[in-house]
Design a protein around this ligand. Sequence first.
Ligand SMILES: Nc1ncnc2c1ncn2[C@@H]1O[C@H](COP(=O)(O)OP(=O)(O)OP(=O)(O)O)[C@@H](O)[C@H]1O
Ligand SMILES: [Mg+2]
Length: 288
Amino acid sequence: MQLSSTSTAATAGTPAEEIIPAQQPASGQHVLVDLKQVSKRFASGGGEFTALDNVDLHIGKYEFVALIGPSGCGKSTILRLIAGLETPSGGKLVMDGCDGPGEFIKNNRLGVAFQDHALLPWLSAWDNVALPCKITGHKVNEQRIAWLLNLMGLTGFEKSRPKQLSGGMRQRVAIARSLVLRPELLLLDEPFGALDAVTRRRLNIELQALWSAERLTTLLVTHSVEEAIFLADRVIVMSPRPGRVRMERRIPFQRPRQPEIMRSPQFHALSDELTLALDELEAGEDLC
Ligand SMILES: Nc1ncnc2c1ncn2[C@@H]1O[C@H](COP(=O)(O)OP(=O)(O)OP(=O)(O)O)[C@@H](O)[C@H]1O
Ligand SMILES: [Mg+2]
């Protein structure tokens, strides 16, 4: 299968009309995050390892974009670049017209919840969520913290320390923390990875409601094709060695989305197509 942004692999019954030109938000949409030919190389065994190669990725304001791809294809590296934890080796990262993420970080426009949730072990769940307020000198909004903890299914665990919580609960504390300062841009790296299917589905629905209510722009990394299709406006598929953007699909479902869409033929067709693409990339096929 040819994995390219102009692929016409969709067959009868699949949403071929949704296949769009490469990595573009809807026309006329304000671009909030713009990776232009971004490369990232890491030092490796005396040489260099190319983790990302000429990645073009544009995320429109209020868009929800999901990144999927085999392990090691550079998904987290993209998030880390946008969060200012890494710098590009080549190309340019423009954020709302500014060079790099500095302005976003300075003005708390960015919320991040990464794989390594980095909660402070000596603080309670509540205090971990309140931490960004304290660090930045914002008033602690107790109502918002209570609301976020409730949204994340953590009511009753406010006083628990991270080691008293399960892995999934810790992840949810990290998500609540990422939202406490009402960011414009939310970066989520496999936030629901360690959750059981029922909790995951509930949080997907909650996240969608929150995303609409707070007008967030979101970049989500996930290993779940279904989660990506259910949540995102666009799903972007990456390939490894070196990490590249290989394909994308615009997701046509209206919002708010109900779990029933997961049973629709159109959902299944998209899911099959993206899963097949991932399988082929995992098997190392079609690598340039
Ligand atoms: N700081 C670093 N130093 C050296 N190599 C790195 C560093 N960070 C990432 N890499 C390498 O870059 C590649 C991409 O890593 P990244 O963590 O972005 O992948 P990923 O797509 O998020 O994978 P996963 O799905 O397993 O989380 C990997 O081969 C990884 O080993
Ligand atoms: Mg990762």
